[in-house]
Design a binder for this molecule. Structure first.
Ligand code: SAM
Length: 266
């Protein structure tokens, strides 16, 4: 008997093979790809990923039971999946270097999906594609356009590093146990003009400042944090000092992060 699904680990297992196949297909796996699956659980996605024939396959699982099951009962044929018993939140994504085409996939545990996507999409230099199933509402935030209610720090961050693509909606009845809400599958392709390490730090800081107080005007938010006149700094970037954070495009946020950091040095 498999153990009961653990709520604390966000365990809603996929029971529909066709949907699992469609999700795995979003990763466009080729024979040279090095693939990481986050949270394989009983392996609904794993068998489709494996069947697509990547060069290597790594399974990151936090649940001892499912990690052991994958070790004891590996899928037949190549590649031999390497099971890593770990918390994906602690995984050093920087190690996914450009020596291999890395792809990351997961039916993500809902409680940690946002920080995981934040880190994977911004920290893995060799990432060529990622595909995640997440809560539909979080997916809507990721693809939201500036000016909309859902647009926030996660949208800006992921749109700065990747081109997020909405794939399809998945209803609750294809999982066991059933989640309360719809899910969505999104795919991410890294941008060639993504921020470097220094720009990333500055961008993260300015996003933290701005979206903690998203109802305030930018000039009011930034005043205590810039060396000099916040309104002039914003006007110099072509941004209305009275604008609110949710109206700025991802590119503008990168420029703002730079300008705020430079104002402290000047
Ligand atoms: N892939 C399976 C499927 O589609 O049926 C399981 C998906 S289930 C939503 C999430 C999986 O992630 C579970 O197997 C859970 O144990 C695992 N998990 C939860 N938190 C994790 C973490 N921080 N790091 C790695 N795996 C985690």
């Amino acid at each position: 008997m498999p153990p009961r699904a653990k709520k604390s680990l966000g365990q809603n297992f996929l029971k529909d093979r066709n949907i699992a196949a469609r999700i795995a297909a979003q990763l466009h796996i080729g024979p040279d790809d090095w693939v990481i699956e986050i949270g394989p659980g009983p392996g609904a996605l794993t068998r489709h990923i494996h069947a697509a024939g990547p060069a290597r396959l790594f399974l990151l699982e936090k649940d001892h039971h499912w990690a052991r099951e994958h070790r004891l009962h590996p899928l037949a044929g190549t590649p031999e999946a390497q099971v890593v018993l770990t918390d994906a939140l602690l995984f050093p994504w920087e190690r996914l270097d450009a020596a291999h085409p890395w792809k990351v996939i997961g039916n993500l545990p809902y409680n940690v999906a946002s920080p995981l996507m934040w880190d994977i999409c911004s920290r893995a230099p060799g990432l060529v594609r990622a595909s995640f199933m997440i809560q539909k509402e979080v997916g809507e935030r990721i693809v939201a356009a500036p000016g909309s209610r859902q647009y926030g720090a996660l949208s800006v961050w992921l749109q700065c590093f990747t081109k997020p693509e909405w794939c399809f909606v998945v209803p609750p009845h294809v999982f066991t146990p059933r989640p309360k809400v719809d899910s969505a599958v999104l795919a991410f392709t890294p941008r060639t003009d993504r921020p470097d390490a220094v720009q990333s730090k500055r961008l993260a800081r300015v996003l933290r400042l701005c979206f903690q107080q998203r109802r305030k005007q930018l000039q009011g938010i930034l005043r205590p944090h810039v060396g000099g006149d916040a309104s002039a700094l914003l006007a110099g970037l072509g941004i209305d000092p009275a604008a609110r954070p949710e109206t700025l495009s991802p590119e503008r946020f990168i420029a703002l992060g730079e300008a705020v950091a430079m104002s402290a040095i000047a």
